[in-house]
Design a protein around this ligand. Sequence first.
Ligand code: NAD
Ligand code: UFG
Length: 338
Amino acid sequence: MTKNILVTGGAGYIGSHTVVELIQHGFNPIVLDNFSNSRPSVIDSLEEITQQKIISVTGDCRDAAVYDLIFSKYKIDAVIHFAADKAVGESVQNPLKYFDNNLNGLMVLLAAMERHDVKHLVFSSSCTVYGNPDNVYVDENSPLKSPESPYGFTKLVGEQMLDNMVRHGKKMRVVLLRYFNPIGAHPSALIGERPQGIPNNLLPYITQTALGIRAELSVFGNDYDTIDGTCVRDYIHVCDVADAHVSALTLLSASPDSCIEAINIGTGKGTSVLEIIRIFERETGVSLNWKFAPRREGDVPEIYAKADKALHTLNWKATYSVSDAVKHAWEWEKKTQN
Ligand code: NAD
Ligand code: UFG
């Protein structure tokens, strides 16, 4: 029987790629999005990629009535909860916006799941919960640190709320996916990352600079204790991240009634900012305008994932290279800006 999966934030960057994977694996996704950080046209693109009608509900994750409507209409087997605000800088300016959308949103969802007896949840978490780690190669038992931003705080508290519920006997099955640095776009170039205004993240800044939308890329910091003085991250193709959600649903089906698992979603390899620039120039043949700039506040010098648990529990590992991801991000950027 086809399983119905509620995908909150399913029109967003990671959510939209996950909807494609879900359909390709025989699931029936129901997208709930308020389009606060995405466009309704994403749904058309999803239909073009999958050649299938997408069920999409426009609504807010903090609205209990929307869930009652969806849970009554469809027998939902599991929820993947992407919907959240994610701009680190904005969260420093406006923490309450983040507490409301990311934490209140999660609570309203959990209450609705309880009312409608839905027990399986995949929660979007982040490597931000490890803060600035003592050992840069983090596994799931690495200590969780006080996050640098209110955004990071909401991910840590979200995880802790879920952990607390399960530990105190709630019959829920939860997977916390801790994404490292998702980059790239669908190989069709029909969906990808579309930041509003000036991008905060490295890859969209690079592709927009290469197209001349931004004058110059600033490389934040060149005096870190890393391979070349610039920060190192575990960049992972968004389609690989999406695929991990399908594996997480399978894990939930085979899990005990009450359980919670945190799983790193990364490649296990670190790449510096300068290496990313070099890969971009090599893969695209475009030479990038860039300069060194002072360190960005709150940046962790180096972090990457130990991804063994994902392999053992999800039977999942990254299949795309960073070069693939950079190429796909470039194809997407060229197409979107046309
Ligand atoms: P995104 O902003 O592209 O997608 C989020 C989607 O949720 C958007 O379509 C937005 O319109 C929607 N949304 C937000 N608030 C909503 C609400 N109240 N009701 C309904 N819809 C709402 O972000 P993304 O990059 O796809 O991230 C997805 C999740 O993964 C988020 O929880 C984010 O914190 C987490 N995450 C992202 C990254 C990353 O680098 N992209 C890294 C770690 C974790
Ligand atoms: N960088 C630049 N110039 C830019 C943008 C970024 O040099 O214009 C550098 C950053 O300093 C950092 C690296 O590129 O060294 C990656 O930066 P991103 O902003 O792309 O990614 P972060 O690792 O800082 O942030 C990501 C997510 C956050 C999440 C965090 C957890 O975007 O949501 O990982 O560590 F909180």
